[in-house]
Design a protein around this ligand. Structure first.
Ligand SMILES: [Zn+2]
Length: 455
């Protein structure tokens, strides 16, 4: 078993007492954390690799709770649209993707997530063009190659425009086909073990792109298979109006009526919520993936994160797809969570430590992994980010957490996933970044040419 010892770094544990060490150590044995504490680690451990963490801050690896990896292929398009206009512009392009394109751009998106401190990520893939090949399998291959802990969802849409939905008819699937493919994805990929690097969830896309029938049957399927449920909800005021006009209720009431609230569900965005909806999310234990950058890019609004937390709702952070968040940086979500909460609710609306908690333990919690990841504690899986804070942009910021969350994105000295080094000194170790970027560029070019988009 390989032993890795980080020495002399500041440590934010996110353990039950939220212990912090100005200078501490972490001992990793194999894929698990063996020790975390103040001061130096024991010296002279035979065969151990000692890493000098001087000038660095160790945090739990960040957890990305909402993402659409394929959207890396269409960054920079539909720049000035709100959600519905943006979707209508991009659905026809996405409807022409295939497994090779998805594999190339997913590897790029995942490599960049790793470079920005992410050790566990979800993916919500909901568009499966007929004849496009094994798209979900392509994302799984990419995650294995990059080395991230992966929680893909088998997403879906079955409500085309001719039936009153938003997506074009050629972008949706048949309900029974979706349910069969979702069950097959769980059988093929889902690993429920505590050390799992891959867990599947079930994720019909949104109230305006799936039928109530699919939502209901998908919930039954997920509960039979004991996997989690995920969807978009209350992202924009347009969606609110759609639900009122089509279903006579708010998006959260709609989900509630279909059995879609519960401690096995996490929803993305939850921007347009009234107090009753927040209370209902809290009472049912439903988690929220807060995606501040994407919500700002699409002009959707600012999630009531302070009120959600105040009500006891578990909240994590998500970058969302790169077509509505070109930066694709997970650390940036912590910064934006603080800034937007304060812009909306005053200087005490969110602290930097709360933002870092959402990015780590909060995310782990809404994915059902908080017993295994999200904090630096003996016995937990060794997912660790080591940030360099002694250079020009951060060296004189008094508090390392303020430096990390409020300062410029710092160099990432080391990223461990399952005890394995995936990033070192701002460079991915598992993939060739230049080759990945070139392949993603080529895939994008192919997709846009196929869709007849000139850019
Ligand atoms: Zn999304």
């Amino acid at each position: 078993m390989t032993t890795l010892i980080l020495n002399g770094c500041a440590v934010i544990t996110m353990n039950a007492t939220r212990a912090e060490y100005a200078s501490g150590h972490i001992v990793v044995d194999g894929n698990r954390i063996a020790e975390v504490g103040a001061g130096p680690a024991p010296g002279g451990v035979p065969g151990a690799r000692y890493i000098d963490g001087g000038g660095c801050l160790a945090t739990p690896g960040l957890v990305n709770t909402h993402q659409h990896l394929y959207q890396w292929a269409t960054r920079g398009l539909a720049q000035d649209f709100g959600l519905f206009g943006w979707l209508k512009a991009l659905y026809p392009v996405w409807a022409r993707m295939d497994a090779d394109i998805v594999r190339a751009v997913s590897t790029a998106a995942l490599a960049w997530l790793a470079r920005t401190g992410c050790t566990t990520t979800t993916d919500h893939h909901y568009l499966f063009p007929r004849g496009g090949g094994d798209l979900l399998g392509a994302t799984v291959e990419s995650a294995r190659e990059v080395g991230l802990r992966f929680h893909p969802t088998r997403g879906s849409m079955d409500l085309g425009r001719s039936a009153g939905g938003l997506p074009p008819d050629d972008a949706v699937e048949d309900t029974d086909e979706i349910l069969a493919a979702t069950a097959a994805a769980i059988d093929r990929f889902h690993d429920p073990s505590p050390d799992s690097m891959l867990r599947v969830a079930v994720a019909p896309c949104s109230p305006f792109s799936v039928t109530g029938n699919l939502l209901g049957q998908a919930a039954e399927l997920a509960r039979r298979a004991q996997v989690r449920l995920h969807t978009h909800v209350a992202e924009t005021s347009d969606e609110d109006e759609y639900c009122v006009s089509h279903f006579g209720c708010s998006p959260v009431e709609y989900l509630d009526a279909l059995g879609w609230l519960g401690s096995d569900v996490w929803v993305a965005h939850a921007v347009h919520l009234d107090d009753a909806a927040i209370a209902r999310l809290a009472a049912t234990g439903t988690g929220v993936a807060h995606c501040p950058s994407s919500n700002a890019r699409l002009g959707a609004g600012i999630c009531r994160a302070r009120d959600l937390l105040g009500a006891g709702v578990a909240v994590g952070l998500g970058v969302d797809g790169a077509s509505s968040n070109e930066a694709g940086s997970l650390l940036e979500q912590a910064r934006h969570a603080v800034l937007f909460a304060r812009a909306a609710g005053g200087a005490e609306a969110m602290s930097v430590r709360t933002a870092l908690e959402l990015a780590t333990l909060g995310g782990a919690s809404i994915l059902g992994r908080d017993a295994e990841i999200g904090s630096l504690e003996p016995g937990k899986l060794a997912d660790v980010a080591l940030w360099r804070l002694d250079t020009l942009p951060h060296g004189d910021i008094d508090d390392p957490v303020a430096a990390l969350v409020l300062g410029s994105p710092p160099p990432l000295e080391l990223l461990l996933v399952q005890g394995r080094a995936v990033v070192e000194r701002d460079r991915a170790l598992t993939v060739d970044e230049r080759a990945v970027a070139a392949a993603a560029r080529a895939a994008r070019k192919t997709l846009l040419a196929r869709a007849g988009v000139t850019s």
